[in-house]
Design a protein around this ligand. Sequence first.
Ligand code: FES
Length: 153
Amino acid sequence: MDLQTILSKYPPQPQYLIEMLIDVDDATEQHYVSEDELRTIAAYVGVRDSQVYSVMSFYTMLSTTPRGKYVIQVCKDVPCYLNDDFNVLKTIQDELAIGIGDTTPDQLFSLELTACIGCCDEAPAMRVNHETYTNLSDEKVRSILESYRSGLL
Ligand code: FES
């Protein structure tokens, strides 16, 4: 879906800004909002570019730089940290051979940290794009990654 099609879904009002940005971020496999798109959206809803940047930087699910097809966000807030016996982050880093903020060379996965994603009672948790995974174990994390790799998810 192109930018104009996305914008046409919403009235030109700032209260729809987050929905627009999420749609644009989801519209390509690179999961990001380009500077040109950001400026166009700002003009459409009648706010300054800096206000859109501010929204973008607040929401970890949004990015102004290209990412992988699957954006993995590992929760590092206290409940997940305390329940993370095996180290979710290290398992993913070992499996994908990338660091935090990096994308695999095949552009399939990006790895990021996030604040609480609302599943503290089922910690540790992570999100892949809009899908949330909880009660993670070493085997479960490896299985999830393999499912994305093989196109099963
Ligand atoms: S602290 Fe991780 S989901 Fe809430």
